[in-house]
Design a protein around this ligand. Structure first.
Ligand code: FES
Length: 76
């Protein structure tokens, strides 16, 4: 399936997008090693691993804390 206009390719070697990384996180992916097993991201040159790790961490944080805590914290 072609990527949409707001898609960013994180792993050029394997054609893995930011959407695929967020989807993997939403489906329980907890580590870059697991992300690599699921998507192939980082399995070739490895230059994408830092960005993939950052995206995975961000996506996991949103998944683990779905409530708008920052909005509540700033109101206090
Ligand atoms: S860009 Fe991801 S393995 Fe090369």
């Amino acid at each position: 399936m072609p990527a949409s206009i707001d898609t960013v390719y994180v792993c050029i070697c394997n054609g893995v997008t930011d959407h695929q990384i967020r989807e993997a996180a939403a489906n329980g992916c907890n580590s870059v090693a697991e992300l690599t097993m699921r998507t192939g991201c980082g399995s070739n040159c490895g230059s994408c691993l830092d960005m993939a790790s950052d995206l995975l961490s961000q996506a996991r944080a949103v998944h683990d804390f779905p409530l708008p805590l920052l909005g509540l914290a700033s109101a206090a």
